[in-house]
Design a protein around this ligand. Structure first.
Ligand code: HEM
Ligand code: HEM
Length: 194
């Protein structure tokens, strides 16, 4: 029990410290700092919400709460931060159109991939609240979280101020790799059960 807790909590503390350390290397205007903090921690909380799914059974012993309660808390924090992030950016450049997705050309789509991602997260999360009414479909819609996470990874990689350092690129890449691993692990074990 103590070991499980350490295996989960220690890496999470290290990632938090890496993000905080990187953030304070480049100090900017408050609104710009809010934009960066919110973007970085939105990605982190979404990562943790996905990670909680891999450790579903351990959530109770590590945090004293059921998977769904932990998953909810992380999801709420992630969604709140992902909304603050572009709002701060819109205030910073005084442009409300920052939410409008850009689909062409491909490089612009990838740079601004956070825009479609935010809508995918909101669709995926809002259908979860009516999951009991649409049991057959909600899970497929919930998979959009993986797609949105991938889009945010690319978006941050292209334009993030803090994602330019080696340590942050490694951390970001490892987090994306873990999410891919969770998807493969959970879905191959589900296939075996069928
Ligand atoms: C941005 C927020 C969220 C993210 C990123 C997220 C992500 C995920 C992911 C990736 C899975 C695993 C799906 C799979 O591979 O089968 C999952 C499972 C689940 N999520 Fe979320 N989720 C979020 C919000 C929510 C909310 C708001 C609810 C409920 C109201 C919810 C309920 C669930 C449940 C019940 C499962 C487990 C499904 C099962 O029994 O296998 N999620 N979530
Ligand atoms: C309308 C949607 C979005 C807009 C307009 C937007 C805008 C931006 C901008 C302008 C930057 C560069 C900031 C900088 O580092 O100087 C950025 C970076 C970033 N964004 Fe977004 N974004 C959006 C959606 C998202 C979402 C949904 C997430 C996470 C769930 C996200 C996570 C990030 C991250 C992690 C960075 C890197 C931050 C850094 O390196 O300091 N973005 N975004």
């Amino acid at each position: 029990m103590k070991n499980t807790r350490m295996h989960i909590i220690v890496p999470l503390i290290i990632i938090t410290l890496i993000i905080l350390y990187t953030l304070f290397q480049i100090k900017e205007m408050p609104v710009k700092m809010i934009d960066r903090v919110a973007g970085l921690f939105a990605y982190y909380f979404i990562f943790l919400a996905i990670l909680s799914y891999e450790y579903m059974a351990q959530m109770k012993e590590v945090f004293g709460k059921s998977f769904i309660k932990v998953h909810h808390i992380l999801a709420r924090a992630g969604v709140l931060l992902m909304l603050i992030h572009p709002i701060a950016f819109a205030i910073e450049i005084n442009d409300p159109y920052v939410f409008v997705p850009v689909f062409f050309p491909l490089d612009q789509f990838l740079i601004f991939a956070g825009r479609p991602a935010i809508f995918l997260f909101l669709i995926a999360v809002s259908t979860s609240t009516i999951r009991k009414r649409i049991p057959r479909y909600w899970k497929k819609v919930h998979y959009l979280n993986y797609v949105a996470f991938l889009l945010v990874f690319i978006h941050a990689w292209y334009i993030g101020t803090d994602i330019q350092s080696g340590i942050m690129q490694t951390t970001w890449f490892l987090m994306a790799l873990v999410v891919t691993g969770i998807f493969v692990h959970k879905h191959t074990s589900l296939l075996k059960l069928r």
